[in-house]
Design a protein around this ligand. Structure first.
Ligand code: PAF
Length: 299
């Protein structure tokens, strides 16, 4: 695996790979890799001839009171995790390389970023889309893989790619979870043992919510209140938001009558964790109808 720090070097390599007809798969990360990232890399490896992973803690996507300074960084550790997976290139530029003096161009997806995390992290998605577009121009991938834990991020990037006519396929990988259901995140490393135990309630609450919907709950406000009550019964937990939204527009629904996304952010102590669950009500209806049809005696 070759480690590349300069944009011009990465661009030259990418051009050469494309000229030789290789399919380039890309996994952008902020490092401090965990099994979730590695699953994205494995997915890229399955579909690509050459895989590029980037490790860059992007200052543009952190708010002034957020954890940019303390965000865990350990490139050596990341390298050791990536090597056995057969990654071809690790692109790890400095902040000065990505944002030299005079940098002043930003990319913004306007509507999909208004709600959910966007409402609580002003400028966050502008930072994400700006860096991801830069990375796409540097790595020149045919496709890029993102995790579904960051569902809003995935949708925002998908939109950017469509709106700006980028010739890049955006793939989603399902959320990877620990044995107890906690969604893997580099920020889990901030949790104390006791906070870690409370954090499990997030996944449990999402599963509980799904059972309620399949049991007939159709009121998103009541459902949201029940999820909040469940999570906040545990010590250290404070819900920042729970939203039941349309999975495509990310706009809140007034009634749960087709597929919905339950998305939430919870502070566990000082650590902000996000998670979501896509509830496939339409599939459930089809399955129910099929079950009902089976019950009709055949003449
Ligand atoms: O999901 C992340 O780790 C980051 O938001 C990304 C996509 C690498 C952009 O900095």
């Amino acid at each position: 695996m070759e480690v590349i720090k300069e944009i011009s070097v990465m661009q030259k390599i990418a051009e050469e790979l494309r000229r030789e007809g290789f399919i380039i798969g890309f996994v952008p990360t902020m490092g401090y890799l965990h099994e979730g990232h590695l699953a994205l890399v494995k997915m890229a490896k399955d579909k690509a001839d050459k895989v590029v992973v980037s490790v860059f803690v992007n200052p543009l996507q952190f708010g002034p009171k957020e954890d940019y300074e303390i965000y865990p960084r350990d490139l050596e550790r990341d390298l050791n995790l990536l090597k056995p997976l057969g990654v071809d290139y690790l692109f790890s530029p400095s902040v000065e390389e990505m944002y030299p003096r005079g940098f002043q161009t930003f990319v913004e997806v306007t509507e999909l970023t208004k709600g959910l995390c966007g409402a609580f992290r002003p400028g966050h998605f502008r930072g994400v889309t700006t860096v991801v577009l830069k990375l796409f121009n540097i790595v020149k991938p045919h496709f890029a893989v993102f995790g579904q834990k960051d569902y809003q991020q995935f949708k925002v990037i998908e939109r950017m790619v469509r709106d700006l006519d980028l010739d890049i396929q955006i793939l989603a990988h399902p959320t990877v979870r620990d044995h107890d259901g906690l969604a893997l995140s580099s920020r889990n490393s901030y949790l104390s043992e006791e906070e870690r135990r409370s954090a499990i309630s997030i996944y449990q609450a999402l599963k509980y919510a799904e059972r309620l919907v399949f049991g007939g709950e159709r009121d998103p406000h009541r459902l949201g209140a029940l999820i909040k009550e469940y999570i906040e019964k545990f010590p250290h937990n404070r819900v920042q938001y729970i939203e039941i939204v349309d999975p495509e527009t990310l706009e809140p629904v007034e009634k749960i009558e087709k597929d919905v996304l339950i998305a939430l952010a919870v502070f566990v102590g000082k650590t902000r964790l996000i998670d979501n669950r896509l509830i496939r009500l339409v599939d459930e209806y089809i399955a129910m109808e099929a079950r009902d049809e089976e019950k009709i005696p055949q003449s």
